[in-house]
Design a protein around this ligand. Sequence first.
Ligand code: NAD
Length: 454
Amino acid sequence: MPHHLLVLNPATEDVVATVPAATAEDVDAAVVRAAAAQRGWAAAAPADRARLLRRFAAVVDDHIEELARLEVREAGHTVGNARWEAGNVRDLLDFAAGGVERLSGRQIPVPGGLDITLLEPLGVVGVIAPWNFPMPIAAWATAPALAAGNAVILKPAETTPLTALRLAELALEAGLPEGLLQVLPGEGAVAGDALVVHPGVAKIVFTGSTKVGKSIMAKCADQVKRVTLELGGKSPNIVFADADIEAAAAAAPMAFLDNSGQDCCARTRILVQRSVYDRFLELLTPAIEEIVVGDPADERTQMGPLISRAQLDRVRGYVPDSLPGIRGKAPEGPGFWFPPTVLTGVAEDAPCAVEEIFGPVAVVLPFEDEADAIRLANATPYGLSGSIWTRDVGRAVRASRAVRAGNLSVNSHSSVRYWTPFGGYKQSGLGRELGPDALTAFTETKNVFISTEA
Ligand code: NAD
């Protein structure tokens, strides 16, 4: 009897599906199929590859509602978010398709000949995706990897394999060659590890915990395998006294509560200048209390459940009832519910203030001046995102330069657009995804010198 993954609806704990888990032998067979498909794909005319990817995008577009409803059921995402996520897959495919014919090398002046660079596909790329944004994060790597002429084997997270499996079916429906995009649901330590150590896999793109990311990087070193890592975060939301405090307080809740806080960019460290600290909390309190938490399929819901019992236990472990703070509402009964929570009066170096909780929990810490704000903002091993609220343009620029993180926003909390680069400083990751250079992360640069002397 093969091992199966159990997919639960996080809002009800009902079983949504059971899915056979891939073994290391399944990975071996998938790599053989992928390598064969990749050769034909890389040799195809760029315009044909682009056309097929655009067709894939169009088929995804025809299935947005179905994919969104599936994501609501398997991941507990609010239906509005889930629709956006499915649309994001379509947009990523269209954007990558636009890059196929533009993926050009360079011609570099040299004496005695002609020097050109070729951007060649890597071959078979392994994508190991997390459960927090199953569709977008899978597509961040898959779309540009395919566009650059690679084959992809995608291993979704144990808890969320269903949308990935459906996307693989849609790829075939769109006419992508058999074997070019394969989805292998399975355990991280089995199917994920088999991809990481397989000599036929040229690159691993991993998104998930920093702990697993480090172990994958170490294993990739053995074959000098290419690796992109998108890991955790504990991002600051810095509110200076000269900011529009009303706007900053209004935006702060969803900046860490979106996706129930299961977002690597969540602004979970709210740093507020001491002179406006009390006023900010006064505004934040009702905003947190009014967040609508409940059935993710209901259009009015702002926040759904956590992904699993394990994640719920993990979040609870960080938030004993004794800690002071602001607490919102959450449903009782079945489902993995945790209320929106803002902790006040915690030490700067308390675990809840420096470790990634990955739940609807933020801390508020006061700071004295700009230097103190920057010191606090940088006082974690992470460096993924951050926000800076100020009306002073010079301060916005100085703080943007000083905060060591890959994705900052000023007077806004936006981090991720498919056409701008995304990735982490420090232990938040390695490499960049998305943006104008997304495709080149899936190529090797070959330099060729052709003598004109012979
Ligand atoms: P995880 O890192 O264990 O899992 C992420 C993916 O890696 C999954 O597909 C998993 O199957 C796979 N994986 C696990 N072990 C592996 C191994 N040894 N070899 C190859 N692949 C492996 O994350 P998790 O347990 O699902 O979540 C734990 C914590 O990670 C969260 O609480 C959160 O802090 C963090 N996290 C961060 C992100 C992010 O986007 N940065 C996403 C998910 C989780």
